[in-house]
Design a protein around this ligand. Sequence first.
Ligand SMILES: CC(C)(COP(=O)(O)OP(=O)(O)OC[C@H]1O[C@@H](n2cnc3c(N)ncnc32)[C@H](O)[C@@H]1OP(=O)(O)O)[C@@H](O)C(=O)NCCC(=O)NCCS
Length: 187
Amino acid sequence: MPTPSEPVGLTTDPPIRVRALGQPDNDQLVDLLLAIPDGEHLFVKHDISRPEAVTAWLNDTTAHWEGAFNGSDLVGAVAVVPGEGWSSHVGELRMVVHPNHRRAGIGACLANEALIEAINAGFVVVTVQALAEQTGVLKLFRGLGFVPEALLTDHVREPNGQLHDLVVLSHSVQAAAERLQLMGETT
Ligand SMILES: CC(C)(COP(=O)(O)OP(=O)(O)OC[C@H]1O[C@@H](n2cnc3c(N)ncnc32)[C@H](O)[C@@H]1OP(=O)(O)O)[C@@H](O)C(=O)NCCC(=O)NCCS
């Protein structure tokens, strides 16, 4: 199993540690995704209502997963999912934090870890998608240097048929590398 990071700069007790997720973390990842309220499943895009669907996603070796651990508990996860064909240089970031552990900085920390992973993996651009009404999520990513690129009207449809506008934000990996280097997060 990968070695956890040094505690990240958060004031939780026990401190949060981030490391790559692998097969042994499958059950905890299933539990984390199943704890996400129904309305938020839209953000994850995959069908996460069944444990076997989560397992298949974790087994998809093209996506790189990182997890945030509070002690031994997985409290947040982020995946960088590569685009296909002519977009294979673009990584899409998908992230969740357990509802009981939000607003403690874990999401921002995981997003930074995902950007470092994207730099190391050779991506050129990282994108993230959020609903236009999720102003808190947009604030989080804008604070990390992501720029809104597109507003796609009615591009998200819930199982009950309700439509939502989708915002696509992107971040140049080069710019992310420079920012993280300035912050001392990378060398
Ligand atoms: C988005 C998400 C991952 C954020 O995780 P988090 O650990 O709560 O985020 P952080 O604590 O790092 O937030 C950092 C900053 O972003 C902003 N922010 C984050 N969530 C916010 C919210 N719900 N409302 C308002 N501002 C918010 C705030 O400025 C916050 O700083 P502050 O708490 O000091 O004010 C979490 O809400 C989640 O899992 N949501 C469901 C899935 C999702 O929407 N994923 C994003 C698209 S892939």
